[in-house]
Ligand binder design. Structure first.
Ligand SMILES: [Zn+2]
Length: 118
């Protein structure tokens, strides 16, 4: 069975776009390494009280966590797109069998079949 990758490619590109947009709200792209995103602190006006400083710090830490999550999602998407280009998309990295279509529909970036998903 040959998998129709067109649909998945479209989905992946749409998701990539979305993830990059989200990243743009909490990070900025490293000019020296386009794949690297640097979390940014809330830059609007200087905090005037201690509480505000704490708030900003907390929100920066949240950003760091979000950026990490989004970055790892982005790299999954990029890897999946690469596999589509190379013609080996849709195969489980563990058992090399084809990944179930409904699994790919739910997560086009999936690298494993249902048996090996954890
Ligand atoms: Zn497998």
């Amino acid at each position: 069975m040959t998998l129709d990758t067109t649909t998945f490619k479209r989905k992946l590109l749409a998701e990539k776009d979305l993830v990059e947009k989200e990243l743009g709200t909490v990070a900025r792209r490293n000019p020296d390494n386009k794949k690297d995103w640097e979390p940014v602190a809330d830059t609007d006006e200087r905090p005037s009280s201690r509480d505000e400083v704490a708030d900003k710090l907390e929100s920066f830490e949240d950003n760091v966590a979000i950026v990490r999550q989004l970055e790892s999602r982005l790299s999954e998407i990029s890897d999946a797109l690469e596999r589509i280009e190379n013609g080996n998309y849709g195969h489980c990295v563990t058992c090399k069998k084809e990944i179930e279509t409904d699994r790919l529909e739910a997560n086009p970036g999936a690298t494993t079949c249902k048996v090996h998903m954890n």
